[in-house]
Design a protein around this ligand. Sequence first.
Ligand code: AHR
Length: 630
Amino acid sequence: KSIKVFSKDKKEPLGDLYGLFFEDLNHAADGGLYAELVQNRSFEFDPIDRSDYHALTAWEKVERGEAEVTISVEDSFPLHENNPNYLTLKTKKVGDGAGILNTGFNSGIPLKKDEFYHFSFFARVDQAEKKTLTISLESKEGVLHASEELSLHSSEWKKYSLTLQCKSDDQSARLILTTNQTGTIYMDMVSLFPAKTFMDRENGLRSDIAQILADLKPKFMRFPGGCLVHDGSLDERARDSMYRWKNTIGDTEKRPSRRNNWKYNQTLGLGYYEYFLFCEDIGAKPIPVLPAGYDPHHHRIVPLENLQPWIDDALDLIEFANGNVSTTWGKIRSELGHPEPFGLEYLGIGNEEVGEPFFERYEYFHRAIKEKHPDIKLINSSGPFAAGGEYDRGWDSAKKNQSDLVDEHYYQSPEWFLAHYHRYDDFKRDEPKVFLGEYASWGNTYYNAIAEAAFMTGLEKNAHAVGLACYAPMLCNVDYINWEPNLIYFNNHQVFGTANYYVQKLFMHHQGDYTLKTESTGLSASEPPSIPTIGGQIKLIGEQSKAEYYKITLTNLETGEVKECPNALVENGIELLLGELHSKHYRLSFKARKLEGTRGFKVMFGEKDNQKLFWEIGGWQNQDSVISSM
Ligand code: AHR
């Protein structure tokens, strides 16, 4: 009802406080920021990536009129060992057009009138044969937008390319390759890029998505992900290998595509070199995150005696980013087209890998990196927010090793954000700083955005302790959702920012000079008027699911009373009633585990018939999760 300002403090400089977090989930890269328009361009999709995938996903035969073709995927004479599959097109009858087509992402390939598109592919034909191939862009209904011919003559793999100009707008076109000769054509890496990419980069990024990110003016970008970084096998040559940065640079046809833990195929066409370039293009400091040789989801651990190659990956990455051209990795960067260093300042080791194997390995990374590169700011990991336990171990490890920053993550209700405005008030200036590497309230409403904004004023107020912060996740293709909410949504031709996006933008663009100390009556930061009164019961509800909860504690924050609830198995809508709630402020903390083969579950919090979604774990999460709330 009234707010009184009674003092103002000069604000601590915010440094690099606000930035971005990029993870390839929700098709953020392939079918998203990465401008490639062909889906499954190298015929590497595999049921290992996703059960309904196969090597011909997004490809169809074209048999017009009397045409007759067979298409198969073979691997006996590959373009590169990292890219084993290729397509064999055998034409028996040419009819009115024999070949293949690609359906792109979303509803199809988006095309704009008068714009240019670069087509390229690798092909070979049987010895002494010559073949003509027509490359066309057509609507779903067969209306021709553009067409050019290529003459194929090499019996060795050879790259061919041409440019097509499109006659009309179409958001769901097809790329079609047809021949009017019988015989066999082998092909791989069939690619189509818009000629206009962000900053006109080759193998570049989709302009509209890159631009909406650049418009934020972020100070940094954390990449290539969260769980994506540590999920996978320890064998770097395996299909389901952990994310290893060296697999992601150089010629795209030599990059092995991989099973992304978000259950799709990741081409790695958008790799470390492209991430560094993008950061440079938008004026953001790069913050790569490397795995520490420990996959907490599947409990795969690199034995300590084999850890050196993983540490070398970190040292080589620093050299790749910062070394001059006389160094091994600086030279590689230069050959890729960037002789100047990228100026790496920060490096993250691990993402949410709380657990002893991680902290044990972190020390080896820390020592080796600081010895060679004392100026690199190292980021330790404290995992998802919880009342204590593993979370504190992240901080203990950071303090012991003198990490520069600690990566904290939390996804919580808007009320939680409002109530935790003071979270960093007591954090000390001379201890590791906070890198709030992932945070979001559960939703994209104005209320969510405003709760986040209120919380962010708490980050700014404590800039002595909070070094970096980025909302998560950032990008989501509306037809391939793994996780919600997100900052920015897009389809194959449109992109828009959420209310939360505009809050981030506001804070990134405008940073005040003073913090005003205020007193208010009628409302306070932790008691917004729109929060429904908490009363009645608190429930954990399994929704078509089976989930296990344990270590459930409910703390009444007004009286300090702690209630320990029985461990429980929740199945198919059965409610677990934790008891009557009479105060306004509680902290609920527990661990939950979604059991095999189930879709997800929700936790409801509130009045019996007026329940409020408090936390939701969707089908994506099959590991332990720790949450808490007031
Ligand atoms: O942002 C989505 C996921 O949330 C990240 O991959 C992970 O770090 C966290 O659990």
